[in-house]
Design a protein around this ligand. Sequence first.
Ligand SMILES: [Fe+2]
Length: 191
Amino acid sequence: MKKWRCTVCGYIHEGEEPPAVCPVCGADRSRFEPVVETEGEEVDQPVAASGPGASVADHLHPILAHFPNGLMPSVFFLLIAGWLFGRGGLDEAVLWLVGLVTAVVPLNLLTGIRDWKRFHGGVSAPIFHRKIILAVLLGLLGLAALSVRLFGGEGLYPVYLFLLAGMLAASAALGYLGGQLMFGSGHRDRG
Ligand SMILES: [Fe+2]
């Protein structure tokens, strides 16, 4: 059985022909190349920088990407703890965490675009478009949430919670897509 590798995300497809579109990143058939195998051993090309030669700068995007992924669930933990135990101070902590997530978004975008060019050749594939749109959405939701909380009245508190829920969903979706890109090379499909 022939194997085909998506040159954008590393996804491996098994079949006589490459798939019409990559199920991981959405790149079209032209982005697939045949996998050259040596005696019993597959020649594998790393998608991202790793190993002894890689520096912290090489991993800036994955490091920064964990800020929203880690902090947004913390935001909801603190909100719920604040309600359950009547600790008003936690609401202030939530505000600072939302500010931190929002401030990190532009850095996430810049380092993400840098990695897109370095590791994926800047190829225009749906997964990258979705990631950029979700990151912009996360930043806008953060700005809206901060504005509503700082300058809106108490009556707007439900709107604030709604915006925070949107931030949680956007950060979860970004984390999911990032995982698809990073570990797409581990996905195999027979067709
Ligand atoms: Fe792909």
